[in-house]
Every structure is written in structure tokens, then in C-alpha cells.
Design a protein around this ligand. Structure first.
Ligand code: SF4
Ligand code: SF4
Length: 395
């Protein structure tokens, strides 16, 4: 079996090892096969030397968080994200998975049935909420506390024709963290914009599908998002993982329309930092900023979060070189042991950064927020923190 990867990208790795300290799975295991260099060598062995695909290869690919810290650190410019997405797509497409039937059914139900249908996700959120109230949802799943009033109240937004910016509301976040969108809209209005919310048919962006190797499904979802968000207004995304995927639609679909759409996408803080400063109450409270990998290494927009929060809070960074927290899409559910070990390091770095102060954490990615929240941290989205600090009474 060939993985269908770009040979030039594969041979670009010179095995220097400079990426190793940045790799969360290598840091917790110390194993070469759990490092970027080891994973690339394994891909090369399959693609170029016709090595058989075995459990070790599959495990090495599946245990990668796809944080892309290695890509940012690599002096040879190895496009690791592209290689890993290609390897996962090949495994999904051509290689019978060794997973249990229950896991396969759950994946099919989640990726194929629920995520593309916002109405179904919303409907299933009610029994999830009931289970949450009965303490039946294990804490390690990291599902944030879902609010009944929030679920019942639709998001306010201008009619698309009158709007000068669109807030992309997505799938899971729209169901489970709608209050973040509410606060983002409030901050955007306070910044002088007239925001509309995205068309409900442009729901799932396909980022989770792409991570899982379900490339055709990701492409179909990307096409649907593009069709249902016409126009040329900026599209603001308050989920770092979704924003990273949408900024990459040009590469994913390979069309001029997709590239033009991707150019409209910006992260919430990236959009906000370019506007005149908001009127904020300076609280001076310390906030430890967790830089989500897809904001830091893919969107290169992590500084914007620090910039907008610094106008109202005492912003503190961690001294772990922005190491991944272990959330990685559905990684926390699929690889709970490794995700937990990676998170332990992150939590320790966050607590060290906070010192004696009570720990308030800012995260611009819902997955990271839920994963760190499951470890007992108080994690808020930058939009929530800024909405709290707004001086005016913008609704
Ligand atoms: S993407 Fe992240 S987890 Fe995967 S090899 Fe690179 S640094 Fe390690
Ligand atoms: S991926 Fe880049 S940094 Fe890592 S070993 Fe290969 S060349 Fe070196």
C-alpha cells in the first residue's frame, strides 16, 4: 500500500531532531516512534520501502495529537500537518482498522450522522444535558456544563444583508458553548461592527473529520460552508481549530473559490486587535493565556489573544514553549491516557505561571477549554473575558 504522500515532503526531513522537544507525545513517552522524526521515518518506510502497515505504524499515527508544533520548529520546512493528514486519510481509506465494532459504529454515527446535522446535534444535546445533571457523563470527557437558558435562546445577529462581518457559529460550539458566541457578538458590536451569525446550513467546518483522516467528508463539509457563506465580509471564527481548518480550505479543495473564501477567515482576537481599542474596565486580574496549537502554529495569531486581553487583564504566559495541552479534536476521548499525561504537564505549567494567584485561564479553542476544564481549571474564552470587562452596556 502507498500512502500517497508527497515524496519531496517526506525526504525533506533530515532527522536533525530539533522538533523533538516540541512534541508532546515524545515528551511524555520518550519514544522515537512517538516523535515527529520517528513518525516521518515510519511513513517513509511504508511509502518508499514498501514496509507493511502494522499495529505499530497505526498506533504511531493515531497517537499524534496533530498539534503541528514540530512543523513550526522544523528548520527544513517539513509540512508535517499535511503528511499526517495524508497518512491518516490513507489509513482510513485503504487499511482495515483494528478498532472494535462499537468504536467504528460510534465514529460513523458521530462523523457521518450527527456532526453534519446541526438540528440532530442540538436535539441530542438535551439528553446529554440531562445525563450531565445526573452526573452520568464522566468528567474525563471534558464536556463543559451546558446551560438550559443558553440552549433555548437563539443567538442575536443582524440580517446578513445589513451585516459587515459574520460570526461563524459551527456545530459543537453552537450547541455546548453558545454563550461564548453571545459574548463574541457583544464584543464585536462594542467594537463598532454589525455582526450577523453564519447561516445554520454552514455548520460543521470539517476540522474533526480531517483530523480523523475522513478527507472526503471534510471536503464535502467545506464545500457546504462555502456555498452557504457567500459575499465578501470577513468571517470571524471564535474556535481556533475551526478557524485553522477554514483558513486552509484553499489547499483542501484546490479551487480559486475556496482560496478566496479562506482569505476572508480570521480568528476572533485577530479581527479584534486590528480595530480601535474597546472601552474596557481595567480589572488588573491575572489571566494565564493558553495558546491553542492551531492558533499558534497554524494560524500564527496567538499574539492577538495576548494583545486584546492585555487591555483589561494582567496577561501571563506559560514557560513551556507553548506545549500542547493534549486536547487535539477528539484526541482526549480517543487517547485518554496520553491526553491526560500531556495535560498534566500543561496544568503544572499554568499553575506555575499563576504563582499564588487564583488560576484564571484564557483559551481561544473550545476543545482545549473543555480538556483543561476537566482538570479543574477555570477556563474562559477571550470573548467571555472581554465581555465581562466591557464598560458600556452593549447588549
Ligand atoms: S503534530 Fe504534535 S504530536 Fe504530532 S508529531 Fe508533531 S509535535 Fe508530535
Ligand atoms: S521534522 Fe524537521 S526538525 Fe524534525 S527531525 Fe525532521 S528535519 Fe529535523
Amino acid at each position: 500500500m502507498t500512502l500517497g504522500l508527497d515524496d519531496e515532503a517526506l525526504v525533506a526531513c533530515v532527522a536533525c531532531g530539533l522538533c523533538l522537544p516540541h512534541c508532546p507525545t515524545y515528551r511524555v513517552t520518550g519514544l522515537e516512534i512517538a516523535s515527529p522524526r520517528g513518525r516521518i521515518a515510519a511513513m517513509r518506510a511504508v511509502q518508499s520501502d514498501a514496509a507493511a502497515i502494522g499495529v505499530e505504524f497505526e498506533t504511531a499515527m493515531e497517537e499524534c495529537v496533530q498539534c503541528r508544533a514540530c512543523e513550526a520548529a522544523c528548520p527544513s520546512g517539513v509540512p508535517f500537518g499535511q503528511l499526517m493528514e495524508g497518512a491518516r486519510a490513507a489509513l482510513y481509506r485503504d487499511h482495515p482498522r483494528g478498532h472494535s465494532s462499537i468504536r467504528r459504529v460510534l465514529e460513523w454515527f458521530g462523523y457521518r450522522v450527527v456532526l453534519p446535522r446541526r438540528w440532530l446535534l442540538q436535539t441530542l444535546t438535551w439528553p446529554l444535558l440531562a445525563a450531565q445533571r445526573l452526573h452520568l457523563v464522566p468528567r474525563r470527557f471534558g464536556v463543559s456544563r451546558i446551560s438550559v437558558p443558553s440552549l433555548l435562546r437563539p443567538l442575536p445577529g443582524a440580517a446578513p444583508l445589513h451585516a459587515d462581518v459574520i460570526l461563524f457559529t459551527g456545530c459543537v460550539m453552537n450547541a455546548w458553548q453558545r454563550d461564548v458566541h453571545r459574548d463574541a457578538l457583544r464584543v464585536m458590536r462594542a467594537a463598532g461592527a454589525v455582526p450577523a451569525v453564519s447561516d445554520r446550513r454552514a455548520s460543521c467546518c470539517g476540522a474533526l473529520h480531517l483530523h480523523a483522516g475522513r478527507a472526503d467528508e471534510a471536503r464535502a463539509l467545506a464545500r457546504r460552508v462555502i456555498v452557504h457563506l457567500p459575499g465578501d465580509e470577513p468571517i470571524v471564527v471564535d474556535s481556533a481549530g475551526c478557524g485553522a481548518a477554514m483558513k486552509d480550505y484553499g489547499t483542501l479543495l484546490g479551487t480559486p473559490e475556496a482560496a478566496a473564501f479562506a482569505a476572508r477567515v480570521c480568528d476572533f482576537s485577530e479581527w479584534l486587535v486590528a480595530r480601535p481599542p474597546l472601552d474596557l474596565v481595567v480589572s488588573g486580574r491575572s489571566v494565564v493565556v493558553q495558546d491553542p496549537c492551531h492558533l499558534q502554529h497554524v494560524q500564527h495569531a496567538a499574539d492577538a489573544v495576548h494583545g486584546v486581553l492585555a487591555r483589561a487583564y494582567a496577561v501571563v504566559g506559560t514557560d513551556d514553549d507553548g506545549l500542547c495541552c493534549g486536547a487535539g479534536g477528539v484526541y482526549a476521548a480517543a487517547q485518554p491516557r496520553l491526553a491526560g499525561e500531556i495535560r498534566d504537564r500543561k496544568v503544572a505549567a499554568i499553575r506555575a505561571a499563576a504563582g499564588d494567584a487564583s488560576v484564571l485561564v484564557a483559551s481561544a479553542n473550545p476543545g482545549c477549554a473543555m480538556h483543561l476544564g476537566a482538570a479543574g481549571l477555570d477556563v474562559r474564552h477571550p470573548a467571555e473575558l472581554l465581555a465581562d470587562a466591557l464598560m458600556d452596556s452593549t447588549p
